[in-house]
Design a protein around this ligand. Sequence first.
Ligand code: NDP
Ligand SMILES: O=C1OC[C@@H](O)[C@H](O)[C@H]1O
Length: 409
Amino acid sequence: MEPLDKRKLRWGILGTGRIAKDFCAAIVAAGDTNEIAMVAGRRPNAAKEMAETYGGRPSTVEGGGAYEQLERADDVDVVYVAVVHKFHKEHILRSLVCGKHVLCEKPMCLNAAETRAVVAAARVAGRLLVEGHWTQCWPAAREARTLIRNGAIGELVAIASDFSYPNKIDASNTECQNEVGGGATMFVGPYPLCAALRSLGKPEEVHAVGSLAKPTPAGVIDTAAAVTMRFAGGRLAVATYGWASEGAQQTTMMGTHGKITLPQPAQAPTVLKLTAKKDGQDEPTEEVREFPLPKHPPGLPPLLYPNAEGQVYQVRAVEEAIRRGETECEHMPLDASMHLAETMDNVRAQLGVAFAKDGLRARLAARLAPSRRALAPACLTFGAICAVSLTSALAGAFLTAATARGAPV
Ligand SMILES: NC(=O)C1=CN([C@@H]2O[C@H](COP(=O)(O)OP(=O)(O)OC[C@H]3O[C@@H](n4cnc5c(N)ncnc54)[C@H](OP(=O)(O)O)[C@@H]3O)[C@@H](O)[C@H]2O)C=CC1
Ligand SMILES: O=C1OC[C@@H](O)[C@H](O)[C@H]1O
């Protein structure tokens, strides 16, 4: 086989779901230097149909063995994991062990413990591992981070980000199934949470409230949440997301001298608005920068997600990192994935959502969340009564002692 610098990067597509199809279209769009080598699906017909449409050869066995066929394939350089969350960890680990680079759809894994394990495995294997936060690869999102770094809005003080839209909450919707790692925090939460964490770092304090549902007997999921966070230096963020209502779907980064807005759809942004005071100006001025969508290759089926043409930014980012011999992607480094996973664990624990694969402590914390919330006012009142009683007891003792010593009181 020719060395990588002389040939196309060969992708293996693990899964035949919705996002896998849009991602295949992006590989075709970046076909000058990328190609689909193989598509794997549990149903041979689904894999065959996708391979016929986008390229590559299909897996030939039924069930989970199809995924293993792909992970072991000699003609695959990088595996794109696009299956339900519950299975991300095992596919990342097997792909790494088989010497592949990995781009795994968000969220990297079910929880922080799993994420820690795959990050450690990638470091040992010396292969690239990236969480598929395609938003972070978009030129508008990259430009926003550069502007902030260069002080275009002064000191960054706060970020507000939303990803909400109405969704069908019922058992037939995979996104609502606790047993596969569903729920709003897992499917839509990563966008606004990542928008905050990528520029503010690891939160020091996280407070979450949300709405819950139990569409399947397996367990509770969250359907919407509002998360407030405090970061080093007192910087703040608010992330809202969910499936209960239409939402702003916008991200605003607020600084001491201006702000940057990524308007709807901020998860796939084609516009950046910079409102800032230029040198010598008293009033801020607004500058609009546009980043037109790349072209969808003619002849392919229509895309399933809005602005999915922008998946090509992620294909190129991963490709460039691999060709440079890097083991992390600069737009979504592994530390950021770790911070995100820890924050999402924290949010789920506060909301009362746990998965069977979470540790006992996390499952217990989630189980106790409603009682903790219900008891909080009572605990506060009890604490206040204790504090008042203790203070008056101490004051009484002081007075008694002072009187006994004959001191004037
Ligand atoms: N970046 C983005 O814009 C988006 C990212 N995502 C992310 O992509 C991933 C996949 O989501 P999406 O494409 O919506 O998923 P779909 O519901 O469309 O497809 C589910 C995929 O999971 C596989 N799967 C394996 N085991 C199971 C199981 N027990 N039950 C159900 N499915 C199973 C299916 O396999 P098979 O193909 O073998 O049948 C299929 O490939 C998730 O991580 C999600 O968060 C989702 C949407 C948009
Ligand atoms: O990643 C995603 O982006 C688009 C959403 O509609 C989808 O549910 C989510 O998983």
